[in-house]
Design a protein around this ligand. Sequence first.
Ligand SMILES: Nc1ncnc2c1ncn2[C@@H]1O[C@H](COP(=O)(O)OP(=O)(O)O)[C@@H](O)[C@H]1O
Ligand SMILES: O=C(O)C1=C[C@@H](OP(=O)(O)O)[C@@H](O)[C@H](O)C1
Ligand SMILES: [Mg+2]
Length: 172
Amino acid sequence: MKNITLIGMPGSGKSTIGVLLAKCLGYRFLDTDLLLQQEAGMLLPELLATQGLDRFLALEEQVILGVRPRETVVATGGSVVYGRKAMEHLRSQGTVVYLQIPLEEIQRRVSNIATRGIAAAPGRSLGDLYQEREPLYREHADLVYAWRQESLEESVARILELLGAPCGQRRP
Ligand SMILES: Nc1ncnc2c1ncn2[C@@H]1O[C@H](COP(=O)(O)OP(=O)(O)O)[C@@H](O)[C@H]1O
Ligand SMILES: O=C(O)C1=C[C@@H](OP(=O)(O)O)[C@@H](O)[C@H](O)C1
Ligand SMILES: [Mg+2]
């Protein structure tokens, strides 16, 4: 049942880092965005456009509540923190790590906010979302990884350090 769940803003590296962590630990990898797409039968931008924000968030929460991971690194969608029940569920299943990246770096990494399918009301900027979500990510995290201009590989190493789980040793 020792799972690791990654939360954070879009572009914080949940999907990219998640798969590398899983490989290091001998865990499975699950990206809840992919599960949601499969269950909805459409891509996330289309799901948002056709169902609207509230329904999207409800579907995302429902998908997460149905997940029972085991020895798995779970990469969530950035909007998962709006679902209190989903967060309680993930927290009951293992360690939740917040990938905290400064807004300026998120803005560099996410240039396509309009087409990427971000769960936000029209007209809201990444800065607005950052301000709204940051306290939620903190609240729901067991550990916070604060990025310091590190490469992907350095990020993976430091997150493993935070978790007390060196790479290459299968975590029981
Ligand atoms: N140090 C880093 N850690 C993680 N991602 C990085 C880093 N530097 C650049 N990136 C890039 O940022 C993007 C992160 O995207 P992604 O993993 O999809 O994030 P998320 O799943 O949180 O939305 C990728 O394009 C990745 O290559
Ligand atoms: O932050 C968001 O509102 C979203 C982030 C996306 O996932 P990533 O955080 O993996 O980009 C995806 O779940 C959806 O398009 C909504
Ligand atoms: Mg992702």
